[in-house]
Design a binder for this molecule. Structure first.
Ligand code: PLP
Length: 424
């Protein structure tokens, strides 16, 4: 039987209310075409303005946004892509469909974001792109990463699924590199009624391709000299007529399109949710500050933070328990669980998933990510619908368990641990 927790790990990352109901009821009774695009264009315009990017294309999920972004790379056999192992599988899963080599880049021990030094060391002449995640809503060290990427002509894809509401040196994730991918799944900082996503881009040609891919159009290279090409291909004779209205032809179809457009009700809710983002993220920040105030009093507890002040979107509240200081993470998590605080540890290192091990990836490839996940990472429930009472309960239970109970003699590295089912 499912256990019920006093403080469950959140399934909902946002709060829906009267405003969403009101735009939905207006739309549903309006007789408007619910695939029409009016609400979609409005949502995309607001998103572009919020982020300060020239192109924002809404799609049906964050996974689809990443799939399309990866398609835009035109990956060929032998090309290489660098990616973070500390993420949800959707960031890297599309790469399984390409004959490319993936190099997982180890993370920094305090941020769980890719380590710029390790990133630089993985670059070869075949590197086409890097896929990074602003883990938990804490922006990556983008100035260093972009400097390295630009020097080597590498496309940078930001997976911003956690980072809506964050800021890095006055700019927002999704506007810090070449392509940004967002998710509006129920669990994220805003939702478009359960599923949804956005791709942000700077390059108009890439934006045009992405737009064609998401709207059932073949992703092709169009050539001006249509008639000349037409003569050598299987065009219908009418297409070659000097007075023909048909003015373009394709010389190379890259891919067929798909339909990944966001429906109007989802987009309309997206616009309302985006307007609430500031409040939703401030509530997350309040909860995070309450946890941090307690945790920082305990030796051996390390906060999830970078070397410089940035605006953390607090999609996840993460901290690290250091076994060298005698805090046993698994015991800490079981004690909190027994006290009604549910835990879901995020995320199992990608390179150790079966699908990546089947492609030759092995333990030891990203030692920092591995050590942190297996021994140190803890995620606490943190979402805007939590009540003050629930926040106080988490705080008092942290105080309880961080006393004597979780402390023990340090465990030797390499000790066998029993999996207790926290990896959900
Ligand atoms: C949620 C998430 C995704 C996938 O988004 P969906 O909208 O659920 O498809 C991708 N990357 C990360 C890091 C995520 O957290």
């Amino acid at each position: 039987m499912e256990r019920s927790y006093e403080i469950p790990y959140p399934e909902l990352g946002s709060v829906l209310g009267e405003q969403e109901i009101s735009v939905l009821s207006r739309l549903v009774t309006s007789g408007e075409n619910l695939s029409g695009g009016r609400c979609r264009e409005e949502f995309e315009r607001c998103f572009r303005e919020y982020l300060g990017v020239p192109h924002a294309l809404s799609v049906t999920s964050g996974t689809v946004a990443l799939e399309i972004a990866i398609r835009l790379l035109d990956l060929n056999e032998g090309d290489e892509v660098i990616a973070t192992p500390q993420t949800y599988k959707a960031s890297v899963q599309p790469l399984l469909n390409y004959p490319v080599k993936v190099r997982f880049c180890d993370v920094e021990p305090n941020t769980l974001n890719i380590d710029p030094g390790h990133f630089a060391s993985l670059i070869t002449s075949r590197t086409k792109a890097v896929i990074l995640v602003h883990y938990g809503g804490l922006p990556c060290e983008m100035d260093s990463i972009m400097e390295i990427a630009r020097r080597h002509g590498i496309t940078v894809i930001e997976d911003c699924a956690h980072a809506l509401g964050a800021e890095y040196r006055g700019r927002k994730p999704g506007a810090l590199a070449d392509i940004g991918c967002f998710s509006f799944h129920s669990s994220k900082n805003i939702t478009t009624l359960g599923e949804g996503g956005m791709i942000t881009l700077f390059d108009p040609a890439l934006a045009e391709r992405a737009d064609r891919i998401r709207s059932n159009d073949a992703d092709a290279v169009y050539r001006e000299q249509a008639r000349a090409i037409g003569k050598t291909t299987s065009a219908h004779p009418w297409m070659l007529h000097p007075g023909a209205a048909f003015t373009h032809d394709c010389s190379a179809i890259r891919y067929g399109g798909t339909n990944a457009t966001l429906a109007e009700p989802n987009a309309a809710v997206g616009t309302v949710q985006l307007a609430k983002l500031g409040r939703l993220v401030s509530r997350r920040a309040e909860i995070a500050a309450a946890y941090t105030d307690v945790l920082k009093q305990y030796p051996g507890v390390r906060m999830h933070e970078g070397p410089e002040p940035v605006r953390h979107a607090h999609h996840l509240y993460t901290f690290f328990a250091d076994p060298a200081d005698g805090i046993l993470r698994d015991r800490l998590v079981s004690r909190l669980d027994a006290l009604g605080v549910q835990m879901q540890l995020r995320y199992f290192p990608m390179h150790l998933l079966a699908e990546w091990r089947a492609r030759g990836h092995t333990a030891g490839e990203c030692p920092v990510a591995e050590r942190l996940w297996f021994e140190q990472q803890v995620n606490l429930p943190c979402h805007p619908a939590m009540t003050d009472l629930q926040v106080d309960q988490v705080v008092s239970r942290l105080n309880t368990v961080l006393g004597q109970e979780v402390r023990d003699t340090p465990i030797a590295s390499g000790t066998t641990r029993t999996a207790e089912g926290w990896n959900r």
